[in-house]
Design a protein around this ligand. Structure first.
Ligand code: SF4
Length: 165
C-alpha cells in the first residue's frame, strides 16, 4: 500500500511535543484562505511512498517520541494512513500519533474509513485554518477555532474532550 506525500521531516520539534517524525500528506480540498501550505493541495503532485518504507525510516529514529500526520489533509487518504498508524502502534518504540485535519471530529466519526484513522490517533487537531481567528501565541495550531482533542477520552465519553499540549 502506498501513500501520496508532500514530504517527510524525520526529526521535527514544531509539530507537537518532543521530537517527532512528521509526515506531510499530499492532497487537500479544504481551501482555507491564507493556507500555510498550498503546494500540498494537488492530488497528483508529491511522491508515492510505500508504508513499509516509511516504517523502516521510523525504526531508524531512536530519538523520536511520536509521529505527526499533517499535510495537506491525511483524511483524504484515511485508510492508508490508518494502515500506517496501525504499523506504528505495533512498533516497540511506543510512539504517540498526532493528526492534523481540516475536517471536524464530529464529521470524521460519521465515516467508517475516516473513523479508522481517528481511532489510531492519540491527539487530533481539527478544523479549518481561519485567518480571522489566527493567534500566533497558540501552541501547534494556527487559529483559535481549531481544537486539540484527546481522541481516546472523546470516543470513550462520546463528547469532544480537549487537551492542552
Ligand atoms: S486544511 Fe491545511 S492544507 Fe488544507 S487548505 Fe486548510 S490549511 Fe491548507
Amino acid at each position: 500500500m502506498e501513500l501520496r506525500l508532500a514530504g517527510i521531516t524525520p526529526e521535527s520539534v514544531v509539530d507537537g511535543p518532543g521530537v517527532r517524525f512528521t509526515i506531510f500528506a499530499q492532497g487537500c480540498k479544504h481551501q482555507c484562505s491564507k493556507c500555510h501550505n498550498p503546494a500540498t493541495h494537488s492530488f497528483t503532485a508529491g511522491k508515492l511512498f510505500k508504508v513499509e518504507e516509511i516504517i523502516e525510516q521510523i525504526k531508524e529514529k531512536s530519538l523520536i517520541t511520536g509521529v505527526t500526520f499533517t499535510g495537506g489533509d491525511p483524511f483524504f487518504q484515511a485508510t492508508r494512513f490508518a494502515q500506517l498508524g496501525q504499523k506504528i502502534k505495533n512498533l516497540d518504540q511506543e510512539l504517540d500519533i498526532i493528526t492534523y485535519t481540516g475536517f471536524l471530529y464530529e464529521e470524521l466519526i460519521q465515516d467508517q474509513e475516516k473513523l479508522s484513522l481517528v481511532k489510531l490517533t492519540d491527539v487530533l487537531i481539527d478544523g479549518l485554518f481561519d485567518e480571522d481567528k489566527e493567534d500566533l501565541s497558540l501552541n501547534y495550531r494556527g487559529s483559535y477555532n481549531q481544537r486539540v482533542i484527546d481522541v481516546k477520552e472523546s470516543l470513550r465519553t462520546d463528547k469532544v474532550v480537549e487537551v492542552k499540549l
